[in-house]
Ligand binder design. Structure first.
Ligand SMILES: *Cc1c(COP(=O)(O)O)cnc(C)c1O
Length: 409
């Protein structure tokens, strides 16, 4: 497809010598699977019986009336098992691990969502599983730590460095170097060294393949525009994958945090703040300082709070095939509130970023136009963060009461 995983100038594989053979093995397994139609049918069948695929397409009739422009459709990745699109990638990698004959998986996780998905996959396939997580994230994301442990994973708290995602990534690589014979590293998004960006995008393209058929059937035409939020870029690559060859405008929406003119955001492609660099084994745009130190990022949505971005999306920005926008925390909370009230849908805070941009543009379009939003995950599992984001007084009182209850015991 590309020369050693390059997309324009981005991507590549900047890995320690000791991992070269392991990566070669993975590239081989991936290429074999990709050229073997039975792999894809096995994958589709597994996702059908385990994770509600094909996920439905919902016509958002009330929101359409509310904005009075384009017809709005929502792809329901929230209905997947574990509540988001992440399971598509991890189950696909699980099948690859089986093919490679390995018995152990490791993963890094920031918000914990990818860790939960990986622990779920490991339980289903009978693999042993270790998840690396920064100490700060372990404290912030206790519910996900609880689930990973119940699912049989060992959660290793990383106390090095700034004790967040990037430190967890370093530890996961250290583990892999030591245990590569029997261990596969399940990367969670369309980033990292080749073949991960391409492989994860391919597995996630199940979203776009389904959506294209569904939107044609439901509306009789292809969408004018499709919208997806962009953290590492996997759900966006998955949805866009169904429409690259069509005359459809592709819009990626990043975390604008407290605004692009503040430094508290995680926008690499819609802002001018990110610069080219090589880190974590690949080349892309990173939010970094002049010395190449990664900057602190911020988003109300933990899953979008990341310094790098898919090298494939970086290249698609350069070629102009994908347009990038950013949504602020405040806009996200407002769009989420409207979506819940109008449709009874509860998007994850991450997904609500895509809704923000679609809502800004829907009124300018006509009723002949169709727009498609990827609801990458469901928000009801994120009650701790969403209730915080809404500053809900009843919720606060409940948490305080719980704390008193535990203190009294
Ligand atoms: C993790 C996550 C994201 C961001 O990851 P991508 O790789 O950019 O898709 C988006 N939405 C939800 C619901 C997530 O859990």
């Amino acid at each position: 497809m590309t020369d050693r995983g390059y997309f324009g100038e981005f991507g590549g594989s900047f890995i320690p010598e000791i991992l070269v053979a392991t990566f070669e093995e993975l590239v081989q397994a991936y290429e074999d699977a990709r050229s073997d139609p039975s792999f894809w049918s096995q994958f589709v069948s597994l996702m059908g019986s385990y994770s509600c695929r094909p996920t439905p397409l919902t016509y958002a009739e009330n929101l359409t009336k509310h904005f009075g422009g384009a017809r709005i459709f929502v792809k329901r990745e929230d209905l997947n098992h574990t509540g988001a699109h992440k399971v598509n990638n991890v189950m696909g990698q699980g099948l690859l691990v089986q093919r490679m004959g390995k018995g152990r998986v490791i993963a890094e996780t920031g918000a914990g969502q990818h860790g939960v998905a990986t622990a779920t996959m490991a339980a289903k396939f009978g693999f042993s599983c270790t998840v690396y997580m920064g100490e700060v994230d372990v404290e912030r994301q206790r519910p996900n730590v609880f689930w990973m442990e119940r699912l049989g994973a060992e959660v290793v708290t990383v106390k090095e460095g700034t004790r967040i995602l990037k430190d967890a990534i370093n530890e996961a690589f250290r583990d892999w170097v030591t245990n590569m014979d029997d261990t596969h590293y399940v990367l969670g998004t369309a980033c990292g060294p080749h073949p991960f960006p391409e492989m994860v995008s391919w597995l996630q393209s199940i979203i776009g393949q389904e959506a294209r058929v569904q939107v044609l059937e439901a509306s009789g035409r292809l969408p004018t525009r499709v919208y997806a939020c962009v953290g590492g870029g996997s759900n966006a690559m998955g949805l866009f994958g169904g429409f690259f060859d069509d005359d459809v405008e592709l819009v990626g929406v990043e975390a604008g945090g407290r605004g692009l003119d503040s430094s508290a955001h995680a926008s690499r492609l819609a802002s001018a703040d990110a610069t080219r660099g090589v880190a974590q084994g690949y080349k892309t745009f990173f939010l970094q300082d002049r010395d190449g130190q990664m900057r602190e990022t911020h988003s109300v949505a933990a899953g979008l709070d990341y310094v790098g971005v898919s090298p494939i999306l970086a290249n698609l920005r350069e070629t102009g095939r994908v347009r990038f926008e950013a949504a602020t925390d405040a806009e996200v909370v407002e769009a989420l509130a409207l979506t819940m009230r109008k449709e009874g849908l509860i998007p994850a805070l991450e997904s609500a970023h895509a809704f923000v941009q679609a809502f800004k543009e829907a009124p300018e379009l006509s009723s002949d136009d169709v727009i498609l939003i990827n609801q990458s995950g469901r928000g009801d599992k994120d009650i701790f963060t969403i209730a915080d984001a809404f500053d809900d007084p009843g919720w606060k009182a409940f948490i305080c009461e719980k704390a008193r209850h535990y203190d009294a015991r």
